[in-house]
Ligand binder design. Structure first.
Ligand SMILES: *Cc1c(COP(=O)(O)O)cnc(C)c1O
Length: 245
């Protein structure tokens, strides 16, 4: 059931809980913007709904959230389809590591892909978006590795200019900016500061590539202090996820 207006009992309680969490997260974002001397309207909340059901996405959308993130195509594709069938069409952000063979699926429902970190993926996404029924370019972010450990995804900062140029060369893609996940071992503020420097360098050559996707439930304040335009928040909205099996 994805229509929140037909929820009873548990559905109403869940909606209330999500509404409270959303109020708290929005207050954190607003406070971080005040601290940073930034306009609260300059930061977009992306609700990351992985592991949570389509009904939770419906609650979030009914509460005013327009941007929703997922990290696995196997989960996101059916969720997006189920919601679209109910007339619920948020902007889907694909934030997880992406295999080339999933490009066609992801390009059919996503508005933004945050996780492009190698050239073969650029060509695959460009071809997939062209072949899709979607008439507008796919927004693409270059995911940056901020600790040189690219195993967890992300391109080395030295590879960003070439990747950006490759993306900008495809009419079915739009280079929108940069994304990063803070490394586990370092202070997230240092990492986000490096991301901001990389973003400035990117905007020198690509002035429209203004998105900085950084900050999650635990570190959104530090990300906003260092220029994040989009924060990706999951557990603070929906609860702690069970460990992935
Ligand atoms: C799960 C996830 C998030 C959200 O993380 P929380 O700590 O639950 O807020 C953000 N970004 C990416 C890439 C994710 O996979």
């Amino acid at each position: 059931m994805v229509d929140p207006t037909t929820d009873e009992g548990d559905g109403e309680a869940r909606r209330h809980q999500i509404a409270e969490n959303l109020t708290r997260v929005r207050a954190r974002i607003a406070a971080a913007c005040v601290d940073a001397g930034r306009d609260p309207g300059s930061v977009t909340l992306i609700a990351v709904t992985k592991t949570y059901p389509a009904a939770d996405v419906a609650h979030l959308v009914s509460l005013g959230v327009r941007d929703v993130g997922e990290n696995r195509d196997q989960e996101a594709a059916p969720k997006a389809a189920e919601l679209a069938a109910a007339g619920i069409e948020p902007r889907w952000h694909y934030v997880g590591q992406l295999q080339r063979n999933k490009s066609r699926s992801v390009a059919s429902y996503a508005s933004v892909v945050h996780s492009v970190d190698r050239e073969p993926l650029v060509a695959a996404l460009a071809a997939a978006r062209t072949a899709s029924a979607v008439g507008v370019p796919l927004d693409v972010l270059v995911q940056c590795s901020l600790d040189g450990d690219t195993n967890r995804g992300g391109a080395e900062l030295s590879d960003v200019p070439a990747l950006a140029a490759a993306i900008a060369g495809h009419p079915s893609l739009r280079l929108a900016g940069l994304m990063a996940v803070a490394p586990l071992a370092t202070d997230p503020a240092d990492a986000f500061a490096r991301l901001f420097v990389a973003s400035k360098a990117l905007r020198h050559d690509h002035s429209d590539a203004t998105m900085i996707s950084a900050g999650m439930s635990g570190d959104l304040e530090a990300a906003i202090r260092h220029g994040a335009t989009h924060v990706r928040v999951g557990s603070a909205l929906l609860g702690t996820r069970p460990p992935l099996g």
